[in-house]
Design a protein around this ligand. Structure first.
Ligand code: ATP
Length: 298
């Protein structure tokens, strides 16, 4: 079984700030670090570190070639990442505050160049039993979902960053939906906080989704699917940088269920991985290895 992650690759510029910059304010950052990022890149690295066979498909400009080296180091196949002449690689400007929270400004760049021709070309290498993972940082998601399902792939979607287009996607074709409270509230048009399991179950029924995995930051996660509904507490950790917590969780959850862990164990596995990731700086750089996660699991 192979996993195809079709998604974004970004250069992340991470600025340490005492607080998020306010309207009209000029704020000095205390540090700047560059990381490989983008939800596609992060999730593909999480999936690979969770032990899966992963290919990433997407697009970058010449300025993003170092991202390919980082992906190779983590064992991700990058033959489907196109290097587009004259395009800039997508990038993100991340503010990381004293509490470890972040806010992010994204520039799409080459990530917005996905074409149906590219999708058809990439999908020739995948078939029934394989898994496609998607996030909402590239174009043509509707076409991708339908084309992958027609070939018998299972599809996982993280609808982040959330926008109005998500509700119009064929969500009834999605096998696994990963989302946080903000995305859940936007899709449900209601707050998920008081009853996360109920919210996950409502989403599942309303949109006809296979399984819904709702992450709740320090409050843990909730699952609704054919196996039942489950709640998992967060694994305590000191938050240094929460960037990529959701991608790490999704990568390890899928790594778990695709290697036949039961859902509650996969949730514990994913929560342990995410707790390690948030205790270190960066997004992809902070994603732990399978061995490290297994060593920490209680
Ligand atoms: P991001 O957009 O930063 O990648 P997200 O909003 O998609 O994150 P969250 O719900 O914040 O995702 O976090 C995903 C998972 O990471 C949570 O379900 C939890 O297991 C873990 N996590 C996040 N924050 C904390 C925390 N403060 N302490 C322990 N675990 C955490």
């Amino acid at each position: 079984m192979n996993v195809l992650c079709f998604g974004s690759l970004n250069i992340d510029y991470t600025y340490s700030v005492p607080h998020f910059v306010r309207k009209g304010e000029t704020l000095s950052s205390t540090d700047l670090r560059l990381f490989a990022g983008g939800k596609g890149l992060n999730q593909s690295i999480a999936l690979a570190r969770a032990g899966l066979n992963v290919s990433l498909a997407g697009a970058i400009g010449e300025d993003g070639r170092f991202l390919l080296a980082e992906l190779h180091e983590s064992g991700v196949d990058t033959r489907w990442v196109d290097v587009l002449p004259g395009m800039r690689t997508g990038h993100a400007i991340i503010q990381n505050d004293a509490e470890g929270d972040n806010c992010i400004l994204v520039y799409g760049g080459a990530n917005h160049c996905t074409t149906r021709e590219q999708i058809d070309r990439v999908l020739t290498a995948f078939g029934a039993g394989d898994v496609l993972t998607l996030q909402n940082e590239i174009r043509e998601l509707d076409y991708l979902i339908r084309a992958a399902k027609a070939k018998g792939l299972r599809v996982a979607l993280t609808p982040a960053p959330m926008n109005e287009a998500v509700e119009k996607l064929p969500l009834d074709l999605i096998d696994y939906l990963f989302l946080n409270e903000v995305e859940c509230a936007a899709l449900l048009h209601a707050d998920a906080e008081a009853d996360p399991i109920g919210a996950a179950q409502t989403l599942r029924e309303r949109f006809g989704i296979g399984s819904v995995v709702l992450t709740l930051g320090g409050e843990g996660s909730a699952y609704a699917g054919a196996e039942g509904c489950f709640r998992q507490a967060a694994v305590p950790a000191e938050a240094v940088d929460t960037t990529g917590a959701g991608d790490t969780y999704a990568g390890f959850f899928l790594g778990g269920v695709l290697s036949r862990l039961d859902v509650p164990t996969a949730m514990r596995y994913a929560s342990t991985a995410a707790s390690i990731a948030i205790s270190r700086p960066g997004a992809s750089a902070s994603i732990p290895s399978r061995e490290e996660v297994l060593g920490r699991m209680v």
